[in-house]
Design a protein around this ligand. Structure first.
Ligand code: NAD
Length: 499
């Protein structure tokens, strides 16, 4: 299928694809595939006002009925999975199965949110006063801005939207300026669900397109109480303080620098499979990509030998081909940053395997590379920095305490894991003195989280949580209620105030 056929199959019209100011390139071959119309920053107050109007109506719709809209969205996504997955591949360069996997993740969170719509539970709390009852109620909070990164162009919108909608909040989506087409295609699917639903308020789900200036309008508006922003730590460092300064609620999902500790007892074959998937999947462009391998010195050389052999057999190229496992980087600037990081690693004493630019057997115009393994003498500044490309830094350790210290000694705190068959080591890694990350796994790589758990990380990863568990609470306001059904008015803490 040509690029145009893929976009046509997803329902994008000529008008939507041309005549605009935002040029969209496919990372597959660098071709310009569209010129999309950007939202005028002057229109943003109107967009936000529409969301506020929608909120007034949506917050009073019973949550299970709100869940019905998300159920329909899940149905429409199932029907459009192939078409939307193909646009993800075209615009973000993900291999076909990962493009489809991203849409599956959207379907999964819809299922989760439908169940949640009947489980928005508060508490009843024992009151110290006779004839009194206390409880906790969860109310919708208001419009939720969703700012997304290029590397999960649709799933992150759905993680937020499915929860926000059942929680009673309208959403305004600002996708990455690198991936507006997947967003337009997704909104068509959402529109079909809204049509079938029937009486949802206008402005419940809106899309705005553009760069940071459009995001900024959402970030600085006091009429947008929730700003869920996914992207670089640099972006979060600007967005987070701005939202907090106006007393809004930021949900920040920022960069990671994820590690795996491989202990002497580890099942090395399993570890190798986990390492290769999590270090080179999505061409190293996942927030949870494995970037640091901390291997016990007794097995490190063996492990590196197995990995370099596995890396040599990886099919690199056109992500639309069924056999490809490593597709392109998002653009040439990203490839240049990878090359610069590898040069810096070498200057810090690193030995680099791979990391070469691939020009043959791949579509011309794309930024293709061989994934790199860099053996490092220690955890240097380069290792502590997230370079959004397939570079795996390898370091050795002697004791588990040392390994955990290396694992935690980076500014980011998203995902982590240990491979070991030793129960004491596994439990120590998961304990309060173990990994400091939002995600810590045993005998599973750091990437590819399921939607059932809360997703997010600590430190410079931003502290936000999305997706499963009780992440829904981030989209609601908590109200503590005390009800007096007695004929007395006793005060708490035994205070007397008689007059
Ligand atoms: P990016 O920070 O360049 O852009 C992300 C989004 O923020 C885009 O929509 C962009 O337009 C917007 N933005 C940038 N500056 C802004 C500003 N000042 N105000 C408002 N909006 C602004 O990130 P990227 O290159 O698209 O994505 C890669 C990064 O995202 C990596 O660091 C990766 O780890 C991170 N990421 C994190 C998660 C997570 O869940 N923790 C998930 C995916 C990606």
């Amino acid at each position: 299928m040509t690029h145009d056929d893929i976009l046509k199959a997803a329902g994008l019209t000529k008008d939507e694809l041309s005549g605009g100011t935002l040029a969209v390139h496919s990372p597959i071959d660098g071709a310009e595939v569209a010129r999309v119309h950007e939202t005028d920053p002057a229109d943003m107050p109107r967009v936000i006002a529409k969301a506020q109007e929608a909120f007034k109506a949506w917050r009073t719709v019973p949550a299970p009925r709100r869940g019905e809209l998300v159920r329909l969205l899940g149905e429409e996504l199932r029907a459009a999975k192939e078409e939307l997955g193909a646009v993800v591949t075209l615009e973000a360069g993900k291999i076909t199965s990962e493009g489809l996997g991203e849409v599956q993740e959207m379907i999964d969170i819809c299922d989760f949110a439908v169940g949640l719509s009947r489980q928005i539970y508060g508490l009843t709390i024992a009151s110290e006063r006779p004839g009194h009852r206390m409880m906790e109620t969860w109310h919708p909070l208001g419009p939720c801005a969703i700012i997304t990164a290029f590397n999960f162009p649709v799933a992150v919108w759905c993680w937020n939207t499915a929860l926000a909608l059942v929680c009673g909040d309208p959403v305004i989506w600002k996708p990455s300026e690198k991936t507006p087409l997947t967003a337009i295609a997704t909104m068509k699917i959402m529109d079909r669900a809204l049509k079938r639903f029937g009486d949802a308020p206008e402005g419940l789900c809106q899309l705005v397109i553009g760069g940071p200036a459009i995001g900024e309008a959402l970030v600085s508006s006091k009429d947008v109480p929730i700003v869920s922003a996914t992207g670089s730590t640099r972006m979060g460092g600007i967005v987070g303080p701005k939202v907090s300064a106006r007393w809004g609620r930021p949900i920040l999902e920022l960069g990671g620098n994820n590690a795996m500790i491989v202990a002497p007892s580890a099942d090395l074959d399993m570890a190798v499979r986990a390492i290769v998937f999590s270090a080179v999947g999505t061409a190293g462009q996942r927030c949870t990509t494995l970037r640091r391998l901390i291997a016990h010195t007794s097995i490190k050389d063996d492990l590196v030998a197995k990995l370099t052999k596995a890396y040599a057999s990886l099919p690199i190229g056109d992500p639309r081909k069924g056999t490809t496992l490593v597709g392109p980087l998002i653009d040439h600037a990203s490839r240049d940053r990878m090359q610069a990081a590898l040069e810096k690693a070498k200057s810090e004493g690193g030995t680099v395997h791979g990391g070469k630019v691939v020009a043959e057997g791949v579509p011309q115009g794309g930024a293709y590379v061989t994934p790199a393994i860099a053996e490092m003498p220690e955890q240097t500044d380069t290792v502590r920095t997230e370079t959004f490309a397939p570079i795996l830094y390898v370091m050795g350790y002697e004791t588990l305490d040392e390994a955990i210290a290396i694992q935690n000694d980076v500014p980011q705190g998203l995902s982590s894991c240990i491979f070991t068959l030793n129960m004491r080591e596994a439990e120590a890694f998961l304990s309060a003195a173990g990994s400091d990350c939002g995600i810590a796994n045993v005998n599973i790589g750091p990437s590819g989280a399921e939607i059932g758990g809360a997703f997010g990380g600590e430190k410079e990863t931003g502290g936000g949580r999305e997706s499963g568990s009780d992440a829904w609470k981030g989209y609601m306001r908590r109200q503590t209620n005390t009800i007096n059904y007695s004929a007395q008015l006793p005060l708490a803490q035994g205070v007397k105030f008689d007059f």
